[in-house]
Ligand binder design. Structure first.
Ligand code: ZN
Length: 317
């Protein structure tokens, strides 16, 4: 038993497998989620390569950030498009998993975290005899690039604000605001799919990206309409997906964050720079086992979407 005020680390109760295609490679890939010992964190194992090398899902292992988040343990030993899987681990409070994968990219599934939530729920979770370690933000840290910004600020628990603004009229300006609350990740964020503009798709393909991208695993946005027959899963699916991406990217810190994230037009590269900036300042953070305990089905605590622009974002736009 853990002493009071501490939360147990969690891993999967059972092993579970899925298969699909890589969003950018278009290649078929199989993935197995395995239980792992306390303090393992999230670790990938490339079972298709000699020696089955391990790749840690950590911010300082990130290699390629053009359109997804990839982690690498050296030349040719990488795993890409990990962010939606990482978001599912973060949203459901899963600390330790060994992810066996037989290719260079996590399967895109339907372009959201929902299939991974389903897998994790099927495998079930168990408490481990080790306290969860939280990364507590002690002072504000911000990174900027042009009109984009990302910041971490001290807060009681984990909260997240995100704002996007696209010239494309279908997407336009969207603002999301939420707090961690049990069950809310699954209902309010997990199903938001990745998206892309039709005009950018050809350009991505010419770069060798998005080869597996289709209406089956992404929302494709034309000049004045959404090309998917079924439309959107949430009215503001775009900003929710960006929030989901940020949650996944932040989980590369190595544990859940006690603090507030604010993103304005941010993406994987800026989110990674934010973590590096935080860890570069030893007075900006502390690791603690005294986090706000979340219940077994930990997810988002409360989540409100609506127009609550933040001052800094306004200034940047
Ligand atoms: Zn994404």
């Amino acid at each position: 038993m853990l002493t009071s005020g501490k939360t147990a680390q969690k891993t999967l109760k059972n092993r579970i497998k899925c298969s699909g295609i890589g969003l950018h490679s278009g290649a078929a890939v199989s993935m197995t989620l395995n239980p792992a010992a306390p303090d393992t964190g999230i670790v990938f194992r490339r079972i298709d390569l000699p020696g089955q090398p391990l790749v840690r899902a950590r911010f300082d292992q990130v290699s390629d950030l053009r359109l997804c988040t990839s982690v690498s343990a050296g030349e040719g030993v990488s795993v890409g498009t990990i962010e939606h899987l990482m978001a599912a681990f973060a949203g459901l409070g899963v600390d330790n998993v060994l992810v066996d994968i037989d290719g260079p990219e996590v399967p895109v599934m339907d372009g959201s975290s929902a299939p991974f939530v389903f897998l994790i729920e099927c495998a079930d979770l168990i408490d481990q005899v080790a306290p969860r370690r939280y990364l507590k933000v002690l002072k504000p840290v911000e990174v900027r690039e042009g009109a984009a910004s990302a910041a971490l600020l001290p807060d009681e628990g984990f909260s997240l604000g995100f704002e996007i603004e696209f010239a494309n009229a279908v997407i336009g300006r969207q603002v999301a605001e939420f707090r961690l609350e049990a069950g809310r990740f699954k209902s309010d964020l997990a199903r938001a799919r990745t998206f892309g503009l039709l005009q950018e798709l050809e350009q991505m393909r010419s770069m060798g990206l998005a080869r597996g991208g289709s209406l089956e695993n992404a929302v494709v946005v034309g000049a004045d309409r959404i090309l998917n027959d079924d439309g959107l899963r949430y009215d503001d699916e775009f900003v929710r997906h960006k929030a989901l991406d940020a949650l996944g990217d932040l989980y590369l810190a190595g544990g859940p964050i006690i603090g507030r994230y604010e993103g304005c037009r941010s993406g994987h590269a800026l989110n990674n720079r934010l973590l590096k900036a935080l860890f570069a300042d030893k007075s900006a953070f502390a690791w603690t086992t005294h986090g706000k305990p979340r219940d077994a089905a930990a997810g988002f605590r409360t989540m409100e979407f609506g127009a609550r622009p933040r001052a800094a974002a306004e200034a940047a736009l």
